[in-house]
Design a protein around this ligand. Structure first.
Ligand code: CUA
Length: 327
């Protein structure tokens, strides 16, 4: 009975990530992820066969008792099952996996290739696109054109982070003082989740981002819009928020293109209202954003964003309205 339950747990554990999910390596939506998923299933099936065979042999040995087999026959079994079969299996695995290693460890892209730069910050993601008219900066969300090869150029100026979008490709470290590369080739449109896969400090687990894969035309349109300056707020509350943003010195850390705010310490907020989330961890919801502005430590302990509780609720609500209107 206990072994049946254990088997059920193993099967469930294996089957659960296979369910379509935005953060599953077994629901591939990219070229490398497809290779990795195929490799995983191949290894899982062969391992399962070996596991069942080993258990069957163990069961047989326990039941058979001593003296059943004479020495030469037992030696032959050890030679074949203990030496030949593992050697053949492990060699087959190696041969099956080796051709993909070169594709996963990437080198600098050729000139003219489409590049997106991602920098690991404490604890968020700085994202810079090479647009037709220069660099376009964003944060905590990566947009990619479907079916096109994107070379992601990765670095960090603080500690080691790791860039991982399980649905699209393998993971790769972002190392201070070094540049690493990852090639992404999405094969399915949709929104996928990315995480930091290297422990980097208190809010490591809250260092997440979304990857939005768009049809190539939609992507081009989006990139042109993203390169544009911020829209002026249209509501009275939004205008009050813009004034609070300027008076409180937010522009010392954040850039809002088209306004005097030109700070580079924190995320570029030019189109923050059009992003899927806030602060790399919050879903868009006004209450959450107000908590973030009032006391960032409650949302993301250790973040460099200072608390603005002193502004008071009316001005914080105005700020939230302003940020939402930055589309
Ligand atoms: Cu960044 Cu973990």
């Amino acid at each position: 009975m206990r072994s049946t339950s254990a088997l059920a747990v193993v099967i469930l554990t294996l089957a659960t990530p296979a369910v379509a999910a935005p953060l599953s390596a077994l629901d591939p939506a990219g070229r490398d992820a497809t290779v990795i998923a195929a490799l995983f299933w191949w290894m899982a099936v062969v391992s399962a066969v070996v596991w069942v065979a080993a258990l069957a042999l163990l069961f047989y040995c326990v039941r058979a008792g001593t003296g059943t087999w004479r020495r030469p026959r037992a030696d032959r079994l050890i030679f074949w099952a203990g030496l030949v079969v593992p050697t053949v299996l492990l060699t087959a695995w190696l041969v099956r996996a080796l051709p993909h290693v070169g594709g996963v460890v990437d080198t600098p892209p050729a000139a003219g290739a489409f590049r997106v730069h991602v920098t690991g910050e404490q604890w968020w993601w700085r994202v810079r696109y090479e647009g037709p008219d220069g660099v376009v900066e964003s944060a905590n969300e990566v947009r990619l054109p479907l079916g096109r090869t994107t070379h992601v150029v990765l670095d960090s100026d603080n500690v080691i982070h790791a860039f991982w979008v399980p649905s699209l490709a393998g993971k790769i470290d972002m190392i201070p003082g070094r540049t690493t590369y990852l090639t992404l080739e999405p094969t399915r449109a949709g929104t996928f989740r990315g995480v930091c896969a290297e422990y980097c400090g208190t809010s490591h687990a809250r260092m997440t981002f979304d990857v939005v894969v768009l049809a190539p035309d939609d992507f081009e349109r989006w990139l042109i819009a993203e390169a544009g300056p911020a829209r002026a707020p249209e509501t009275a509350l939004g205008r009050a928020g813009a004034a609070a943003f300027a008076d409180s010195g937010c522009g010392g850390c954040h850039t809002v293109r088209g306004t005097p705010a030109a700070g580079v310490i924190g995320p570029d907020l030019t189109h923050v209202g059009a992003r899927r989330g806030d602060a790399s961890v919050l879903p868009h919801a006004n209450d959450d954003l107000e908590v973030w502005l009032r006391q960032p430590d409650l949302v993301k302990p250790g973040a460099l964003m200072p608390p603005f509780a002193a502004l008071g609720a009316p001005r914080l609500q105005a700020l939230v309205s302003y940020l939402r209107e930055l589309r």
